[in-house]
Design a protein around this ligand. Structure first.
Ligand SMILES: Nc1nc2c(c(=O)[nH]1)N[C@@H](CN(C=O)c1ccc(C(=O)N[C@@H](CCC(=O)O)C(=O)O)cc1)CN2
Ligand SMILES: NCC(=O)N[C@@H]1O[C@H](COP(=O)([O-])[O-])[C@@H](O)[C@H]1O
Length: 201
């Protein structure tokens, strides 16, 4: 049975598109049942609508606090039957009540080799640190900031003339490969979280 995925996205939506493309290509056994964005102008909403996927903007300013916002999102996903949630460039911290609604079923894509360079502007952090290699990470989401158990990573070389933009573009290509790969492992029931580690069966 296809994995029913809910997606949270705040921006351009290229990682969402990589999931949509993998589903269309038959390499990801899933259905995206709903896309929610905290940003009204998020291109991710347009990408979803273009493929007939329900897409809604939910304004955090319409809620008293983060937890009530997150619980409203969780309810919308539950109503659509989502059993896995993907943060595809989602720029808000997810609170515990949401994570408790989808235990070990919330996944994030991060543009660095965690635990290096968590948080925002990871590509800039990597350049300023002077690393020779960076990359991207797909991980389960916990209450910490990019601290959840790691599922898949990909390594990307840093070139001497890289800018934040050129490095981000190189990493993004690998993000688009490993995010669908990780979700297919989840769809196949091949991921087992054992403490900090994720066993791939
Ligand atoms: N509980 C978790 N939530 C999220 C995680 C996570 O690992 N655990 N990953 C992040 C993604 N992210 C970086 O990888 C990230 C996103 C957002 C922020 C942040 O500080 N956001 C502010 C600003 C919100 C806004 O301006 O609209 C906020 O939430 O107040 C830091 C890191 C996704 N969530
Ligand atoms: N801290 C989270 C974070 O930085 N996420 C990053 O935002 C970009 C979203 O691009 P997209 O909207 O084209 O998928 C991606 O590079 C993703 O890794």
């Amino acid at each position: 049975m296809a994995l029913k995925i809910g997606v949270l996205a705040s921006g351009r939506g290229s990682n969402l598109q990589s999931l949509l493309d993998a589903i269309s290509a038959g390499t990801l056994d899933a259905e995206i049942v709903l896309v929610i964005s905290d940003k009204q102008n998020a291109m991710a909403l347009d990408r979803a609508a273009a493929q007939g996927v329900p897409a809604v903007h939910l304004n955090p300013k319409d809620f008293n606090d983060r937890k009530s916002y997150d619980l409203a999102i969780a309810e919308l996903f539950k109503e659509r039957g989502a059993t896995a949630i993907v943060l595809a460039g989602y720029m808000r911290i997810i609170s515990r009540p949401f994570l408790e609604s989808f235990p070990e079923r919330v996944i994030n894509i991060h543009p660095a080799l965690l635990p290096a360079f968590p948080g925002l502007h990871s590509q800039k952090q990597a350049l300023e640190y002077g690393v020779r290699y960076s990359g991207c990470t797909v991980h389960f989401v916990d209450e910490g900031m990019d601290t959840g158990p790691i599922i898949v990573q990909a390594v990307v070389p840093v070139e001497k003339d890289d800018t934040e933009e050129t490095l981000a573009a190189r990493i993004l290509q690998e993000e688009h490969r490993i995010l669908p790969e990780a979700l297919q492992l989840l769809a196949q029931g091949r991921l087992r979280v054992e403490g900090r580690k994720v066993q791939i069966l």
